[in-house]
Design a protein around this ligand. Structure first.
Ligand SMILES: Nc1ncnc2c1ncn2[C@@H]1O[C@H](COP(=O)(O)OP(=O)(O)O)[C@@H](O)[C@H]1O
Ligand SMILES: [Mg+2]
Length: 358
């Protein structure tokens, strides 16, 4: 096992800077997820840790050792990719044991290690099959088996579940989490899917344009995003964000959005200031005919059984509310919604930075 230290890591592709000086300490045994939109530099970060991509600047340590110039095979890391890269002509057992064979281990040494990995991943029954005879989920397990048998100090995953259908993705997510609980190997996991990052990781690192914008425990990012970008990126359905002007002419401040007014808590923003105010769909509650804080018009509603999603319009902007399943809605109906002031997020209208409530 090992910790990973990134100190001012830079990556240039020719004249284009893809990673702008990333510093991060990953603890021994920790599960860290890099998340962000396509092109933000997640794979580049991971490939530099793996040794598959040269580092242009900064220092990378795995354990006590600086590994900037260490060959991938000497870094004691194992990587699992989105496309499983299995050998089609080899059996599952041969695929899992291939790396060990290349390292010169004897068949009698390889066999028990392969069996143990297959047991952990629940693919013992398929050891004699060829990859072509397996489902996508089973193939992904074989790819993970190949990483496990080597007992590396670090696991690196690059979007390993992206090729699977939604149901299987959820199953494999649980499997990966169980695997980490069992082996406690330091893991860096790259995904564009915030749900995957949130459910798997001890710590989520949000990347944007080759820089870390925020990092922390999933709940910390959810409850205290440090900017509008993180607020909208983390959480599903996405946070509603209203751009408007603060109006302090009444007894309490409101945000003017088109013809609507959102009541605000006390916030360090002057009368007339342009700010963005966020409220998550799950923090809106149906107020019946009690005259709630806002009165949007329902455009579409989605009864999911567990809850009902109401997609509405308010002050010319779209608003999604996650309501109780018992709420009956009609399209074009004006409804009444309430929220707690403590659930509002305030962001600077110019640069998107979080503004603290007072
Ligand atoms: N081999 C390459 N040559 C030139 N540019 C690259 C190369 N690989 C990635 N990039 C660029 O670096 C940036 C980050 O890419 P990448 O790490 O693949 O992002 P992600 O995995 O988050 O989608 C992107 O702008 C991408 O176009
Ligand atoms: Mg990628």
């Amino acid at each position: 096992m090992a910790d990973i230290r990134l100190e001012g890591i830079v990556k240039d592709y020719g004249s284009v800077r893809a990673i702008h000086g990333v510093s991060l300490n990953i603890q021994d045994g920790e599960f860290v997820a890099f998340v962000g939109p396509s092109g933000c530099g997640k794979s580049t970060m991971l490939r530099m840790i793996a040794g598959l991509e040269e580092i242009s600047g900064g220092v990378l340590k795995i354990g006590e050792r600086v590994v900037n110039d260490v060959e991938p095979r000497d870094r004691d890391v194992a990587m699992v990719f989105q496309d499983y890269a299995l050998y089609p002509h080899m059996s599952v057992a041969e695929n899992i044991g291939f790396g060990l064979k290349m390292r010169g281990l004897k068949a009698s040494e390889i066999e028990p290690k392969v069996r143990e990995a297959a047991r952990i991943l629940q693919i013992e029954a398929y050891l004699d099959r060829k990859p072509g005879q397996l489902s996508g989920g089973q193939r992904q397990r074989v790819a993970m088996g190949r990483a496990i048998v080597r007992k590396p100090a670090v696991f690196l995953f690059d979007e390993p579940l992206s090729n699977l259908d939604a149901k299987l993705r959820v199953e494999m997510r649980t499997q990966i989490k169980r695997l980490h609980a069992m082996l406690k190997t330091t893991t860096v996991y790259v995904t564009h899917d915030q749900t995957e990052a949130m459910t798997l990781a001890d710590r989520v690192v949000v990347l944007r344009g080759g820089k870390i914008v925020q990092q922390g425990h999933p709940i910390e990012l959810y409850s205290r995003p440090n900017c509008r970008f993180v607020g909208e990126f983390i959480g599903s359905p996405q946070m509603n964000v209203f751009s408007g002007n603060v109006d302090r002419s009444g007894t309490s401040p409101v945000l003017r959005v088109g013809d609507a007014a959102l009541r605000l808590g006390e916030v360090a923003a002057a009368d007339g200031a342009r700010i963005d105010v966020g409220i998550r769909p799950e923090h809106l509650a149906f107020a019946g005919d009690k005259g709630g804080a806002i009165a949007p018009v329902v455009e579409v509603f989605e009864p999911l059984g567990s809850d009902t999603m109401a997609i509405c319009r308010l002050g010319g902007q779209e608003l999604t509310a996650r309501l109780a399943p018992t709420v009956a809605l009609r399209p074009n109906e004006r409804i009444s919604l309430d929220y707690e002031l403590a659930d509002l997020h305030y962001f600077d209208g110019e640069n998107g930075a979080r503004i603290e409530a007072l």
